[in-house]
Design a protein around this ligand. Structure first.
Ligand code: 13P
Length: 263
């Protein structure tokens, strides 16, 4: 694990899974599991990103039971309000105490044609409403072959950070598209190399202070058995977890990576 002041962030991107009743049961169970395991709140930040329809229920539970999890959304509108059928404003998310929002996930880039311009506009919308954007970047297998690992994610991040206020509070997630849901995670060294390159982009665009304080996550087939190996890398500050974030024991074990030796 790197020696730095950044609090590790273990984030569960549920994608389109779990309805609001399942979400409440899941968050309760995750909380009890971590409590039973004497998980030290504050040593690692745990965040869940449920579908929109679950957010109010999860927020109410977190609030009532004082559960130490952060809450995030999986998308945000570029607009504040108005005639945009189906869109969800950052103003509404912020009222629901969403501290984070995932922006530019490869599934949105691919299935909803989200360009770097859209990702940049959504990032500005999040910041405007006091929500920390979790900006996702990553290369496809084809990009990897053609341009190497870091060229595409570096260009994607540079396009989003251009013109942002240097004090902006952001999180960056490196998610190689070929590693998402494939069971084939990047190696810790690959993750480290790209995360370090992304930190370089943050330094270039937002300055050294921002680079030192911003958390850069790795995502793509993260599980309890490999999390510790990623977290040992100095520029990997956490993980954005998909499939394994839907299994209570597995996600709890990922959050508790400091307690197991890992591989
Ligand atoms: P998996 O952990 O299922 O590979 O998904 C990663 C991801 O896309 C998280 O945003």
């Amino acid at each position: 694990m790197g020696v730095n002041a950044r609090t590790p962030l273990i984030a569960g991107n549920w994608k389109m899974n779990l309805d609001h009743l399942q979400a409440v049961a899941f968050v309760q169970k995750l909380h009890w599991t971590l409590k039973d395991a004497k998980f030290e709140e504050g040593s690692v930040e745990v965040a869940v990103f449920p579908p929109f329809t679950d957010i109010r229920s999860v927020q109410t539970l977190i609030d009532a039971d004082k559960i130490p999890f952060a809450l995030g959304a999986q998308d945000i509108s570029t607009h504040d309000s108005g005639a945009y059928t189906g869109e969800v404003s950052g103003a509404f998310l912020s009222k629901l105490q969403c501290g984070y929002v995932i922006i530019g996930h490869s599934e949105r880039r691919e299935y909803h044609n989200e360009t770097d311009e859209v990702v940049a506009a959504k990032t500005r919308a999040a910041l405007k409403h006091g929500i920390v954007p979790v900006i996702c970047v990553g290369e496809t297998a084809e990009d990897l072959e053609k341009h190497g690992a870091s060229a595409v994610p570096v260009a994607q991040l540079a396009a989003v950070l251009d013109g942002l206020d240097k004090k902006s509070d952001i999180v960056v997630a490196y998610e190689p598209v070929w590693a998402i849901g494939s069971g084939q995670a990047a190696t810790p060294q690959q993750a480290q190399d790209v995360c370090a390159a992304l930190r370089g982009v943050i330094a270039e665009k937002l300055g050294a202070d921002a680079a030192a304080r911003t958390r850069v996550l790795y995502g793509g087939s993260v599980k309890a058995a490999n999390i510790a190996s990623f977290m040992r890398e100095p520029d990997v500050d956490g993980a954005l977890v998909g499939g394994a974030s839907l299994v209570v024991d597995e996600f709890a074990a990922i959050a508790r990576y400091q307690k197991h030796v890992g591989v």
